[in-house]
Design a protein around this ligand. Structure first.
Ligand SMILES: [Zn+2]
Length: 153
């Protein structure tokens, strides 16, 4: 069945964590590996380097990532709140809750490049599913607008 690695289906969670293309789950959808290279951290190639899937599916495609980013940020806040509650605790007699607010804000700032990247990866995976036949070349319909435009000329 899956005799060689090329036919194995990579794990969805791992490919999302690693910012991989939603169609082949192998090619990186960001040009630079380091998310903390802030000048270039959101640069994406036009197409997936492995399967040819268009990364920006349509103009303004990634505007919707705000919803995913919001959900991820809330998840980080809830996780840090629970961690603070377990390891530090809250009390009405001191300012520990304000310390949590500050620490949480700094944590969100530090994680922001990662959250923005994961948001885009998850957003792309909402609309582009894993394709068993990704080796067959770019998906039907990718670059369709350009082809139509070329034919019109
Ligand atoms: Zn791909």
């Amino acid at each position: 069945m899956c005799a060689d690695k090329k036919h194995e289906r990579p794990n969805l969670f791992k490919s999302l964590l690693g910012n991989k293309c939603a169609r082949c789950r192998r090619g990186s959808i960001f040009s630079k590996k380091n998310p903390y290279d802030l000048a270039n951290c959101m640069k994406m190639p036009e197409k997936c380097p492995v399967c040819g899937q268009q990364i920006e599916v349509e103009v303004g495609f990634y505007y919707g990532t705000g919803y995913v980013s919001y959900a991820l940020s809330i998840a980080v806040c809830v996780a840090s709140l629970i961690a603070w509650w377990l390891f530090v605790g809250f009390s009405i007699y001191d300012n520990r809750i304000f310390w949590w607010l500050g620490v949480n804000a700094v944590l969100l700032l530090i994680l922001q490049p990662l959250i923005m990247r994961w948001s885009r990866t998850i957003w792309l995976a909402f609309f582009v599913g894993y394709d068993e036949d990704w080796q067959q070349g770019p998906p039907a319909g990718s670059g369709r607008v350009n082809a139509t435009f070329k034919n019109a000329i």
